[in-house]
Design a protein around this ligand. Structure first.
Ligand code: TYM
Length: 344
């Protein structure tokens, strides 16, 4: 059976939305609106897998919503909502806790990185995080998931969970008129020149919300002056930009800046090198500043404008949640029947 194409993705409200989140994810969310039905979620239940100050969490949920809106996601044609307002995410996650195997979760590199050395002290939620992520996607039976490269392993796990559910319950799925598969195997969309934006201070480290150095990232709310300063101070090597991509791949900082330029402009890295191959970093950085300020300046300004209107943001989330919930409830009804749970 062919599944209806549907896009789902999420962003954690953990502060400091940055250029990596924009180029790796949110910019793609915007582009997919023309071709797909899209559901974009502020994943607040994921955020609390590590400690969040309650007032800051509330602010950050609104800030991610403001970013979605400022970047151009249409909340009427598509759906913008926060995860905790649709209880079915947590409900399906429990079913998936019973489907996923410990061995699968033990392989997750993000858990290892986030839990660090003190693994005994990490929350159970942090460990089970990928199961909730699978539930986010599959509670809408979504088929396509735009994400940055760091989410690839989680997406593979979501596919494994979908597949095992379909296999384990094959006989009851057949009895419910869904063909031979209830869940689609969701496809990650990880494409383009900036699927993994790196730190401006270290080309071998991912740009991240939690990096102690604010100089390592460009935040979506940075003003023009701050963007310019950060780009000018970005780490580089002493050589001019190379003319071909093979050489570029061996120079992490240069590769990162060229990737950022390409993604912001909507061209390939090769096209950037055609223009700037042989140029000094000073000239290239000046062009990058101009481009980054032109693209990000209006987004930051719009975010700051929207964020002050809490009532408006909360109404978007309430409306989106209500529409999402109808779809999620429909899935849960079928899931309960398939699993054999008695329901009202
Ligand atoms: P999160 O909140 O860490 O990041 C949001 C999105 O931004 C991408 N991203 C990057 N892309 C390129 N370069 C970077 N340096 C960079 N840093 C972050 C992420 O890949 C992501 O697409 N687990 C997810 C949230 C989530 C989700 C989901 C995503 C929860 N449920 C269901 C898709 C579907 C996360 O922590 O993203």
């Amino acid at each position: 059976m062919a599944f209806k194409e549907r896009v789902f993705s999420g962003v954690q409200p953990t502060g400091n939305l940055h250029l990596g989140n924009y180029l790796g994810a949110i910019k793609k969310f915007v582009e997919l609106q023309d071709s797909h039905d899209c559901i974009y979620c502020v994943v607040d239940l994921h955020a609390i897998t590590v400690w969040q100050e309650p007032a800051e969490l509330t602010h950050n949920i609104r800030e991610v919503t403001a970013a979605f809106l400022a970047c151009g996601i249409d909340p009427k044609k598509h759906i913008i909502f926060n995860q905790s307002q649709v209880a079915e995410h947590a409900e399906l996650a429990w079913i998936f806790n019973c489907i996923a195997r410990l061995g699968w979760l033990n392989r997750m590199t993000q858990f290892k990185e986030k839990a660090g050395k003190d693994r005994e002290n990490a929350s159970v939620g942090l460990y089970a995080y990928p199961n909730l992520m699978a539930a986010d996607i599959l509670v809408y039976r979504a088929t396509h998931v735009p994400v940055g490269d760091d989410q690839k392993q989680h997406l593979e796990l979501a596919r494994d969970i979908a597949q095992k559910f379909n296999n384990d319950f094959a006989s009851s799925i057949a009895g419910h008129g869904f063909g031979d598969a209830f869940f689609p195997l969701p496809e990650p969309l990880i494409q383009g020149p900036a699927t993994r934006v790196m730190s401006l201070r270290d080309g071998t480290k991912k740009m991240s919300k939690s990096d102690a150095s604010d100089q390592s990232r460009i935040n979506l709310t940075d003003d023009a002056e701050t963007i310019a300063l950060k780009v000018r101070r970005a780490k580089t090597d002493p050589h001019p930009l190379p003319g071909d991509e093979k050489e570029l791949a061996e120079r992490p900082e240069a590769d990162n800046l060229v990737g950022i330029f390409a993604a912001l402009k909507g061209i390939s890295k090769g096209a950037v090198l055609n223009e700037f191959g042989g140029a000094q970093f000073s000239a290239f950085k000046a062009a990058l500043v101009e481009l980054a300020v032109a693209k990000l300046g209006p987004i930051g300004a719009e975010m700051k404008r929207i964020i002050d209107d809490k009532a408006y943001i909360d109404s978007i989330l309430a409306d989106g949640s209500a529409r999402a919930q109808v779809m999620a409830a429909e899935t849960m009804k079928s899931v309960k029947d398939i699993v054999g749970l008695v329901r009202r």
